[in-house]
Design a protein around this ligand. Sequence first.
Ligand code: PLP
Length: 402
Amino acid sequence: MNISADFTPSPFTLNDLMKVPLLDLKAQYESIRHEIEPVLLKVAEDQAFILGPEVEALEQNIANYIGAKYAVGVSSGTDALLLAMMALGIGEGDGVIVPTFSFFATAGVVARLNAMPIFVDIDPETYNIDPVGIEKAYAKYKGDVNIKAIVTVHLFGQAAHMKPIMEFAEANGLHVIEDAAQAIGSAYMDERRVGSIGTAGCFSFFPSKNLGAFGDGGVVTTNDEELAHKMRLMRVHGAEKRYYHEMIGGNFRLDAIQAAVLNVKRKYLDSWHESRRKNAQKYNELFASQDDIVTPASVYEDDSSPLHPFTSLRFPHIYNQYSIRTPRRDQLMANLNEHGIGNAVYYPVPFHEQKCFADVPSARDAFPVADQISAEIIAIPVYPELTSDMQEYVANTIKSFL
Ligand SMILES: *Cc1c(COP(=O)(O)O)cnc(C)c1O
């Protein structure tokens, strides 16, 4: 801005002109372009586009980071879920327990395999699947379908309450598929990272996730050698030797260009998580005196931070999203839009209310928590490059609205 001697203040303050996006990938790119551009060029020079050494390096990199024995790079987070379920033999006549509050893919893949999704309500503090609800749904539907698996979504980057879920799954011979699409690097209370706890961990490299590619991509992690092998085959149409098909799979391959970008970005992931946590902590403080805003029940920060109601332990959150709640959500959204502040509702319609699931028997159950959360929740900018001025502008706009 050019401030001259005869500058007269306009009725607008500087803040009114500030724009804050929900996510700023260009800012991230500026900080790493010197490392990204050479690897992009190398892929162009090599002209080797699919799977190959960059993908293998990424798989090793992710397996080490997550603490899982195997990682299989795939074409998206959705395909990670689909491939894991296909390799576990989930199909017609089977049931899969899923939280009713998640991104569509979590339940969509179950229905695509002609299996029945069984919806369960969420915990009001973390918005993750309610372990008690799992037991009730299992008892209610086990006579109708062969329930084979539970999907735990680590929503917004915070681990679901895995301990009771793993115990229940083991006692009943169920697989646990972790939908860790939003939670790469997030850890559970015993410090294991999500994706290393269940039968399989499914991750997405969609650009807006904490580790984002230059397009679609994903990975499945597992400690089960046989499952890893089967997924590697199914990723290439079920053929170990080309044109000789042992089983039916699909094209679930990851591109070299995505792996090359991800191998660079992976080095910065923990520092990006840390910046997101700092931003979340700052919002928590800025909103602390505000009774009409519910902030995330995060339990990462330090010894004085609130404890998780189930466990008295802390769950390191990676804040893929920082979502607050208010009963005046829709008005707040309009107000943020007027002030140039990026925001989004994850998710406005739970699975049990989706038209495409109207015939799913469990859609008629009661989901009071998900109904309330989906009407009140709204995500605000928390990305690592957010400046403190921007953050204060966001918080002040919200506070003066409420
Ligand atoms: C993003 C996401 C997916 C799907 O990942 P894509 O890479 O977009 O296919 C699945 N589940 C959850 C919870 C997600 O957030």
